[in-house]
Design a binder for this molecule. Structure first.
Ligand SMILES: Cc1cc2nc3c(=O)[nH]c(=O)nc-3n(C[C@H](O)[C@H](O)[C@H](O)COP(=O)(O)O)c2cc1C
Length: 414
């Protein structure tokens, strides 16, 4: 019986353990997690979501307070169009986080950055260009284009000296999205180095509608493999979403996938950014505690635990400090929902907003508990302590379990 370690992911002459840990914003897939995965010979991800906020916390920069001070007179205004990011600061934050992470890298694996298109930051093209190019400047091994169609993202990096040597890939959830991407970028003579095919059971935002349950990862992966074969395109395909055991992974590797991307099992790793109390909520969750909803102001469905503090919270939008979801015109659907409720209940101090969440503040504070479909199985991957809590796991333990397990078994910690 074969295990994941019988296969290798190849990028040029490089050979890796075919396990990629998906990007999880905002600093859930930490540098520590990515470094551990690289040390073990796989591919780890950091995320570029809200990096100025992340570097403030990690490296004591002052990006958030500087921006907040600059725009403080705008706090009570509904119009957020003037709240622009300073591109030099976005570049500095990206270079700092990527640079420090890459400096610390050991082992034969690689570290990529997950870059979300839907983080429109009140100036979609320029902030995206800055984030992509600064990550390349700082020596990232690769970039995974995520959360959005990214039709114009390759041209934004085209003039960068590393455009043709860094590993650049894209996440898609359908053959159609892939075809659109390939068609739009045909002129560049630069194919993606890998394609992550993310199915409907993944965590974070989903590339499906609310009819997500009608789709199935295996079918989408097979369609994409057939298309690539027919077009004679040799691009590694990496399925993601609901791959919970080493055996699940092997079933994809045996049918032509180059690697798998996984995330949910690592949300309870000691190295991941989720605070311990929240990790316990992930462990405790039952299937009925998890939902896919339309609360994210990005407009994409998102999977999360129903009991997370973000849902129903009516906090004041904090776009002067954050503002990552603001579109090209300075709008965010949470601001509209918040202003509507404020106008309806002028006498109430703490209002509740039920139809949208303030994604920036709640993700930053680990109050939006986004998770994969199989989060309810995490309790079966560990042991319980005498006080009823669950033992968190070392990332190495989870990684090696994926790498070596057979027979759908999951190794419990010692
Ligand atoms: C807590 C959490 C946060 C996530 N955040 C992001 C993100 O910021 N960007 C992204 O492209 N994918 C995100 N994902 C999706 C993962 O990178 C990955 O593709 C997917 O969850 C794999 O499926 P699995 O969780 O069933 O293993 C997230 C997943 C989880 C569980």
């Amino acid at each position: 019986m074969r295990c994941v370690d019988d296969f290798r992911l190849r990028f040029g002459r490089r050979e890796l353990v075919p396990i990629m840990i998906g990007g999880m914003g905002v600093d859930i897939s930490t540098a520590e997690l990515a470094l551990e995965v690289a040390r073990l010979g796989g591919v780890g991800h950091i995320s570029d979501a809200m990096l100025p906020t992340v570097t403030d916390r990690r490296y004591k920069t002052k990006f958030v307070s500087t921006k907040q001070k600059q725009y403080k007179l705008n706090v009570h205004k509904a119009d957020k169009a003037i709240v622009q990011f300073d591109l030099a600061q976005v570049a500095e934050a990206t270079r700092l986080h990527v640079g420090k992470t890459m400096e610390a890298k050991r082992g034969n694996g690689m570290i990529f950055i997950n870059c979300m298109e839907k983080l429109t930051m009140n100036s979609p093209r320029e902030t995206l260009r800055t984030r992509l190019c600064s990550a390349l400047d700082a020596g990232i091994d690769g970039i995974t284009l995520a959360a959005g169609l990214h039709l114009g993202s390759f041209p934004l990096m085209e003039d960068h000296p590393r455009f043709r040597d860094a590993q650049l890939g894209i996440i898609v959830s359908s053959l159609r999205a892939l075809q659109l991407f390939l068609r739009k970028n045909a002129k560049l003579n630069r194919l993606p180095d890998f394609i992550v095919v993310e199915g409907p059971l993944a965590g974070g935002h989903l590339g499906f509608g609310m009819d997500w349950a009608q789709y199935d990862l295996r079918t989408i992966v097979a369609e994409i493999q057939q298309h690539l074969q027919a077009e004679k395109l040799d691009i590694p395909v990496i399925p993601a979403g609901g791959i919970f055991t080493g055996s699940d992974a092997v079933s994809y590797l045996e049918t032509g996938s180059a690697a798998v991307q996984v995330a949910t099992r690592f949300t309870v790793a000691q190295e991941c950014g989720i605070p311990e109390a929240v990790r316990q909520e992930y462990f405790k969750a039952s299937e009925a505690d998890i939902e896919v909803n339309m609360l994210s102001p990005t407009g994409y469905p998102m999977r999360m635990l129903k009991n997370c503090p973000a849902i129903g919270s009516g906090i004041r939008p904090n776009c002067e400090a954050f503002g990552y979801i603001l579109d090209a015109n300075g709008n965010c659907s949470y601001i509209d929902a918040y202003n509507r409720e404020r106008a309806l209940h002028p006498e109430v101090r703490r209002i509740s907003v039920k139809d949208k969440i303030c994604l920036c503040t709640h993700m930053r504070n680990y109050d939006c508990w986004t998770c994969g479909h199989y989060t309810y199985r995490l309790k079966d991957t560990t042991r319980r302590n005498a006080d009823g809590t669950y033992q968190t796991l070392a990332a190495e333990h989870i990684f090696r379990d994926y790498q070596f397990s057979t027979d759908n078994k999951i190794a419990l910690p010692a």
